[in-house]
Design a binder for this molecule. Structure first.
Ligand code: BMA
Length: 369
């Protein structure tokens, strides 16, 4: 149940890429062997933010891209920049029903292997979860039933959720690095709960019901002995600090304070997106610092990158000076399935040159192949 708090940090002695690989930030690795994997992960994130840098993240980066699926060495980010993202994000949706593949078709076995590879190159892995609705069995966006309103009184709902959380815990707890040692990851369940679109979100649960879900999740992971996790809390945009913290499970349950804010509407949406970031991310970072936590921009992006210099002209200036440890954009779906659903450029896209500049500016952390 204890959050990871590192009281004193020997920042200079700890490398962003630990002792695991050939990431761009390799420096001194002497301290890395003596601490637990999760403490090492915490230190990597803290050191990045303390140095004015952050891990660049991309969801499902090596699973598929705009024009390919499961190709050895495949990554749209690498194809454009020469580097893998410093952070890779993955999703557990469908693990709750023992599926071998997640909701976007990614085999869990593949995912586990890719996480080990990402770790070996000095990178980081973060995991979200879009589970089914435990009452309707529709997807995460199915709000026709509100399980959290029933969790306290309906034992069937509670038992289902508990079993589902246990399956997630089993997978997360089983993750190993390339040496067979426990692999530390960021786990970000029940995200964007301030929005109304998920069954665990606003309108489908009270703040207390949501907090109880978090507590149940932590209790089950802890009971299963899963200790390779940094826990990330990530409500959505347009929140006052009071609203942000109204569903906060508590410092003893959370290691990373995050937020999800997307850019909508290409050029005409630039000002609104920037304003949303500047209204929320600074207080998230300040509160994280006060509480001894890590701050992160847990999800963002502009679908389809209709602003071709989005990375250097919109994202980079918007987050300048805000000490977040990572910034993660969402997935590049395969063109034949969702043609405009991509958040990182692919080779030949008009924003590819700008993304290379963003990579070369050396603020965002990528890792070498
Ligand atoms: C959404 C979209 C969906 C996807 C879901 C979970 O934002 O990308 O296509 O199924 O995330 O990854």
């Amino acid at each position: 149940m204890k959050p990871i708090i590192i009281a004193t940090l020997a920042l200079a002695a700890i490398s962003c890429s630990g002792n695991k690989g050939t990431g761009q930030d390799n420096s001194n690795t002497a301290a890395a062997d003596s601490i637990s994997p999760v403490a090492e992960l915490s230190q990597k994130l803290r050191e990045a933010a303390a140095n004015g840098r952050y891990y660049y993240g991309h969801h499902d980066d090596t699973a598929y891209g705009h024009t390919w699926k499961y190709a050895e060495g495949g990554s749209d980010v690498k194809a454009v920049t020469g580097s893998y993202p410093g952070l890779m994000s993955w999703d557990l949706g469908m693990i709750e029903v023992d599926s071998t593949r997640n909701l976007d078709g990614v085999p869990f076995e593949f995912m586990a292997a890719e996480m080990a590879s990402q770790d070996a190159r000095g990178g980081i892995n973060a995991i979200s979860w879009h589970p089914l609705n435990p009452i309707s069995r529709g997807n995460s966006w199915d709000v026709s039933a509100s399980p959290l309103k029933e969790m306290a009184t309906n034992t069937a709902v509670r038992d289902t959720l508990t079993a589902w959380i246990d399956r997630a815990a089993r997978f997360v707890g089983s993750l190993k690095d390339s040496d067979g040692k426990p692999l530390a990851v960021i786990f970000r369940p029940w995200h964007e709960n301030s929005g109304t679109w998920f069954w665990w979100g606003t309108g489908n649960s009270t703040p207390q019901e949501y907090i109880d879900l978090w507590k149940l999740t932590r209790e089950r992971f802890d009971a299963a002995g899963v200790d390779n996790v940094l826990w990330a809390y990530s409500p959505d945009k347009d929140l006052t600090p009071e609203a942000y913290f109204s569903t906060y499970p508590g410092d003893e349950y959370v290691d990373i304070l995050g937020t999800d804010i997307y850019h909508f509407g290409d050029e005409e949406g630039v000002a609104e997106y920037t304003a949303r970031i500047k209204a929320q991310l600074p207080y998230v970072a300040e509160e994280a610092a006060k509480r001894g936590k890590i701050a992160a921009f847990t999800e963002t992006g502009l679908e389809g990158l209709g602003v071709t210099d989005w990375y250097t002209r919109v994202l980079a200036p918007a987050i300048e000076g805000i000490p977040v440890a990572y910034v993660c954009v969402w997935r590049n779906a395969i063109e034949s399935e969702k043609p405009n659903h991509f958040y990182a450029p692919y080779p030949g896209h008009p924003s590819a040159d700008d993304f290379k500049k963003y990579h070369d500016a050396n603020r965002a952390i990528f890792v070498n192949p």
